[in-house]
Write a protein that binds this ligand. Structure first.
Ligand SMILES: Cc1ncc(COP(=O)(O)O)c(C=O)c1O
Length: 376
């Protein structure tokens, strides 16, 4: 059987990985400034992560949600405390799209309404509801059309939001803390405050998609915390378990849970929880937020001094370097000549930088020298 060929791939065969580096079959090291699409949070094969998964696998690898799950309680407690949301409840699933799917469904259950407001250039995943609120018609099959009513509005335009909220059928607004796939545009703190206020006034739930920008990537636990707001629902995935598949929905106390309203076979299994707990423990014990902020500050200062860069976007270690021309060739050169993985986005001129959050300044600094050479 052959693979269903849906991914454009680089011809690199990875054999093993450590910290901020991945190694190919020939033992060649590559600096990983892509993190397998913003997934690697505490570094590849972190010892605490490997130990937590190995020990859990030797005890019990899987049982479904039909029995008590103390490891889920432990994860929820640690996540609540570390993220600043101890009073919220946690629903566990397996991916980012699934987290958003459940968040949207929950908003609809809670309000009894069916219309969602979302943003131009957004990406929320490829399952039915998540795709419906994603601004990319190329990803839609005929069965995805006319799912439920969706209003697309421009980021940071208050009048457009007010007009969209005039519709009495709106159940939720979904927004990324920093747009990932779209190209690193982000809501301003003032707009997020306005959005929270308007949602509350209209009885509409505010869903913050923190799947890519959350879990310390922006320099705070959640990107929306730079604006000091508290959404009703927050979705997480990617960095949550450093590559072990998991997703989560954080739910404010006023939303009632009923048995059977949400569910999944694999979601919140013991291995995923063990991996996720090892990530939270590492974020705390290794002061990862401080590292993100200090590395980011130095990197931004260095990037600002490189001629040829049009704009630098993003926050923390979720950065975009915009050039006046497409970055495809540059990315290929970075990978094949300089052995550096980077990311792309819907904006063809934007180089995306999503390193492990534990990366040191010494490890990431070579990027500046390489960009200086390549852009001069
Ligand atoms: C902001 C955001 N939301 C949702 C998703 C979907 O996550 P997954 O690919 O795990 O379904 C992604 C994936 O890139 C994302 O960046």
């Amino acid at each position: 059987m052959e693979l269903f060929d849906v991914y454009p791939r680089y011809s690199v065969r990875l054999n093993h990985a450590k910290g901020a580096y991945v190694f190919d079959d020939a033992g060649q090291a590559y600096l990983d400034l892509y993190g397998g699409h913003g997934v690697i949070s505490i570094g590849h094969t972190h010892p605490r992560y490997v130990q937590a998964l190995s020990e859990q696998l030797n005890r019990i690898g899987f049982y479904s949600n039909s029995v008590d799950m103390p490891i889920q309680d432990m994860l929820a407690e640690k996540l609540g405390a570390q993220s600043g949301y101890p009073d919220y409840r946690l629903f566990l699933c397996n991916s980012g799209a699934e987290a958003n799917e459940n968040a949207l469904k929950l908003a609809s259950f809670h309000t009894g309404k069916n219309t969602v407001i979302t943003y131009r250039n957004s990406f929320h995943g490829r399952t039915a509801a998540a795709l419906a609120v994603t601004d990319n018609s190329k990803l839609q099959a005929p069965i995805n059309q006319n799912n439920f009513p969706v209003t697309f509005i421009e980021l940071n335009q208050e009048a457009a939001l007010e007009q969209a909220l005039d519709n009495p059928d709106v159940c939720a607004v979904i927004i990324e803390g920093i747009q990932g796939v779209g190209g690193l545009d982000q809501p301003t703190p003032g707009y997020l405050k306005f959005l929270q206020k308007k949602c509350a006034e209209h009885g509409v739930l505010l869903i913050l998609d923190e799947i890519q920008c959350g879990y310390a990537r922006s320099g705070k636990f959640f990107a929306h915390q730079h604006a000091g707001i508290r959404p009703d629902i927050i979705t997480v995935a990617k960095g949550m378990a450093n590559g072990f598949p998991i997703g989560g929905v954080l739910i404010q106390p006023g939303i009632e849970a009923k048995h059977g309203m949400l569910g999944t076979t694999f979601g919140g299994n013991q291995l995923a929880c063990a991996a996720a707990i090892s990530v939270l423990d590492t974020l705390e014990e290794e002061a990862v937020l401080e590292n993100v902020n200090s590395v980011s500050q130095k990197l931004l200062a260095g990037l600002e001094n490189i001629p040829g860069i049009l704009r630098i976007k993003g926050q923390g270690l979720m950065l975009g370097v915009e050039l006046p021309y497409p970055v495809k060739e540059l990315r290929s050169k970075l990978l094949h000549e300089h052995r550096i993985f980077t990311g792309s986005s819907n904006n063809p001129n934007l180089l995306r930088i999503l390193p492990p959050l534990t990366i040191t300044w010494q490890e990431i600094e070579p990027l500046l020298h390489v960009l200086k050479t390549e852009l001069s």
